[in-house]
Design a binder for this molecule. Structure first.
Ligand SMILES: *Cc1c(COP(=O)(O)O)cnc(C)c1O
Length: 388
């Protein structure tokens, strides 16, 4: 980033950065949007004479650079890195931070794929992990070991919308000399800024709210620690699970409207949560915007608004929950989240099937909604019909 760019970022607000950070009009043509540099290699002006530092697109590609600078600006970090998926980003982070024998504290409510990465992959390479309720900083402290190198947090969490006090857990991690990793996928940087609260690294599945249109799979890491950023960039290149130019462009395109989309996601989700809380077929609602949510005050303190995800338990058990999923029409039955269209799913049989039988198993009568930005009355009608 040029100094001029950095200075400009310092005074600009989120919505403006989302559209402009890392995205100067193209120097060669004036194109207002960064072009898709669909290319593997770059002509050198004499051996080693790189133009703008570009050599080979695994190491760096201008479209990916534009996204990476944008991500860093939005999270208030110094280095952003874009990957082929959220899990590719997580894998790069684990292999950068950890060596065999090191230990990680993971939350008791995490994305199923994150849990599988620790339990079924990292463990085979000698990484130790233990599970703690991260909504309780004392429980995280109790789970620390001499070789704890990272504390992993997801807030709001998937699928139970648990809230972790990022600043409090950052203190716990710091005193133990461990890095705090925050998966900020559910909130997005518009709603929550973990680096400012003391996190060392932010993880994203850009597949979700950042992309926002259910048309791309991607991931990201952002840090304010320049040295750690260099190490991550080294591993990104050495391991190679980068975001391609077209995928980078799609994520950037999505990010431009992140703020306005999130405002509508939050407003619609709040209405849906109220509807569910008053519904006789619903036994429990998980939404941090409800006063009854145990993490409501912490969420209000560290988030701009409460997000677009709502989970609930259905009277009548697993079969009744599956029936609600099957009866919904406008809420499309499908995995994933964060797109403009509303989705419904049964975590126990779908996204979180890999956590069955573990400390991260989810209730079998749970339904998860990704509330989209359609007309709220249409969403209310569909859900009311599906609940019967
Ligand atoms: C989807 C998701 C991931 C994994 O990202 P992929 O892009 O699917 O690899 C990680 N964390 C959370 C919270 C997610 O929702």
């Amino acid at each position: 980033m040029s100094d001029q760019h950095t200075d400009r970022n310092a005074v600009q607000r989120f919505e403006t950065l989302a559209i402009h950070a890392g995205q100067e009009p193209d120097a060669a043509t004036g194109a207002v949007v960064p072009p898709i540099h669909q290319v593997s290699t770059f002509k050198q002006d004499g051996v080693g004479g790189l133009r703008g530092g570009y050599e080979y697109s695994r190491s760096a590609n201008p479209t990916r650079t534009a996204l990476e600078e944008n991500l860093a600006a939005l999270e208030g970090g110094r280095r952003g890195l874009a990957f082929a998926s959220g899990l590719a980003a997580e894998d790069c982070l684990l292999r950068t931070l950890l060596t065999p024998g090191d230990h990680v504290v993971i939350p008791n409510d995490a994305y199923g794929g994150t849990f599988r990465l620790f339990a079924k992959v990292a463990e085979r390479w000698g990484v130790q992990w233990s599970v703690a309720d991260s909504s309780d900083p004392a429980a995280v402290r109790a789970a620390l070991r001499p070789r704890t190198k990272a504390v992993w947090v997801e807030t709001p969490s998937n699928p139970l919308l648990g809230i972790t006090d990022i600043a409090a857990v950052a203190d716990v991690a710091r005193t133990a000399g461990a890095r705090l990793v925050v998966d900020n996928t559910f909130a997005s940087p518009y709603l929550q800024q973990p680096l400012a609260l003391g996190a060392d690294v932010v993880v994203h599945s850009t597949t979700k709210y950042m992309g926002g249109h259910s048309d791309v799979v991607g991931g990201a890491l952002i840090t304010a620690d320049t040295a750690l950023g260099e190490e991550l960039a080294f591993h990104q290149n050495a391991m190679g699970a980068i975001a391609g130019p077209f995928d980078s462009w799609l994520v950037m395109r999505g990010i431009k409207t992140l703020a306005v989309r999130m405002d509508r996601h939050c407003a619609n989700a709040a209405r849906i949560a109220e509807l569910l809380a008053a519904h006789p077929k619903v036994t429990r609602v998980y939404y941090p915007g409800l006063d009854s949510h145990p993490g409501h005050e912490t969420a209000a303190k560290q988030m701009r608004d409460f997000g677009g995800m709502v989970s609930f338990q259905v009277a009548g058990g697993e079969e009744a929950a599956v029936e609600v999923c099957n009866r919904a029409k406008l809420f499309t039955l499908g995995e994933s989240l964060g797109g403009v269209e509303s989705l419904i799913e049964h975590p126990g049989r779908m996204t979180h099937a890999s956590a069955a039988g573990s400390a991260l198993e989810v209730p079998s009568d749970l339904v998860r909604l990704s509330v989209g930005i359609e007309a709220i009355d249409d969403l209310v009608e569909d859900l009311t019909r599906a609940l019967g």
